[in-house]
Ligand binder design. Structure first.
Ligand code: R1P
Ligand code: MN
Ligand code: MN
Length: 385
């Protein structure tokens, strides 16, 4: 279960990313006296690291540790791919502005003029440019510090299918090596005038295929179920996934995960909860982020009640997104790993890991499929649960 962007601070290489001192959960805790996260505390989050205004549980039931990211990136794809055993040494390409030749090709093939074409916050650029898009039928294209080409489309005037069509064209064009972005993202929204624009859950991500074999592929090949909840399917472009469940929100993603405990199957449920990142982290909204964690914590308790003795719960994050930080982008941080099973005898610390792939190794070992061949993994103290 990936709490998207719930970083734990303290990455050794944070300075190289301009993020020294960034600490998503630490800064939220500081700003939030009375933050109610009893289940996370029971699992051992407060024992992993001090959190302002929180008292560590005297006898945490979970195992808890830090994971460092080995790859050269702090985006969602890099984080998730590394979890499943791929190290990304060359960061995905980012752009300040997309080159004229790409924009011209996009305009020619979609039949629409491009406006924007710069890095922006997705909600701010709607305030600025959505009225023009609605009035003229031009198309807002923007990017960020991530390797993304994002296209906005008003669901009523532009149309959802038309937005997807334009994104498919953009994806095809950006497969060209010099234009290659990690993801093209469709950003549908509703609303007629500034102050009213709201993005909808019909977002769609067109990602590159993972650059190699992942633990998800190993599981699928060995006949296990790999059930995606939320945007996991998109992040892996469907590779290694046997079933995908779309979520409209992170709370719904939790409910869908809880529902899956009632089903009989053997395999992995891989859940991504994106609201923490998309609705609050990038928006630098601390109270919103804090409340979303509270809503998560409540359902995490329900999920734990529903698990069976041979289930294993892993809670982690894919990067940081400190809502108190400058700018609107992700932050390079360590992420937490919280592990719990009803059959676990006792909680306690886990050795800190040099790579998120420690998760892939745990999952692979759990199901008896091949462990990823990543150099960083071989020198790591084993996580034994
Ligand atoms: O500002 P919005 O559109 O939410 O963009 C955010 O979402 C994209 C994908 O994670 C990244 O580009 C990030 O900056
Ligand atoms: Mn993410
Ligand atoms: Mn993000």
């Amino acid at each position: 279960m990936v709490v998207d962007s719930f970083g734990a601070g303290g990455a050794r290489d944070a300075a190289a990313f301009g993020d020294e001192g960034a600490d998503t959960m630490g800064h939220i805790a500081q700003a939030t006296p009375g933050w109610k996260i009893p289940v996370l505390m029971k699992l051992g989050l407060g024992s992993l690291r001090p959190l302002a205004h929180q008292t560590p549980d005297p006898a945490p039931v979970g195992r808890y540790g830090f994971l460092n990211e080995a790859s050269a990136g702090k985006d969602t794809m890099t984080g998730h791919w590394e979890m499943m055993g791929l190290k990304i040494d060359t960061p995905f390409q980012t752009f300040g502005h997309f080159p004229p030749a790409l924009i011209e090709a996009l305009e020619r093939e979609t039949g629409r003029r491009v406006i924007g074409n710069r890095p922006a916050s997705g909600t701010q650029i709607l305030e600025e440019l959505a009225p023009e898009e609605i009035a003229t039928g031009h198309m807002i294209v923007y990017t960020s510090a991530d390797s993304v080409l994002q296209i906005c489309g008003n669901e009523e005037t532009f149309g959802l299918q038309e937005l997807y069509r334009c994104c498919e064209i953009a994806r095809r064009l950006t497969m060209k090596p010099e234009w290659k972005v990690g993801r093209v993202i469709a950003r549908p929204y509703v609303g007629k005038k500034p102050g009213e624009f709201v993005r909808t859950a019909n977002r769609r991500d067109y990602a590159l295929k993972p650059f190699g074999h992942t633990v998800l592929d190993s599981l699928k090949d060995a006949g296990f179920e790999v059930i995606s909840v939320g945007k996991i399917r998109d992040i892996f472009d469907g590779e290694g996934i046997t079933e995908a469940i779309h979520s409209d929100s992170s709370v719904q993603g939790m409910e869908q995960t809880i529902d899956l405990t009632k089903r009989d199957f053997t395999g992995l449920v891989f859940t991504n909860l994106v609201d923490f990142d998309a609705k609050w982290g990038h928006r630098r909204n601390v109270p919103g982020y804090a409340r979303e964690v509270e809503a998560f914590d409540e359902r995490l308790g329900e999920l734990m009640q529903a698990l069976r003795p041979d289930d294993l719960l892993l809670v982690t994050a894919d990067h940081g997104n400190d809502p108190t930080w400058t700018g609107t982008d992700h932050t390079r941080e360590r992420v937490p790993l919280l592990a719990w099973s009803p059959s676990m005898k006792q909680g306690g610390p886990l050795p800190e890991q040099d790579t998120f792939a420690a998760i892939g190794r745990l999952v692979a070992e759990n199901f008896g499929v091949p462990v990823p061949e990543m150099a960083e993994l071989k020198t790591q103290p084993a996580i034994e649960l």
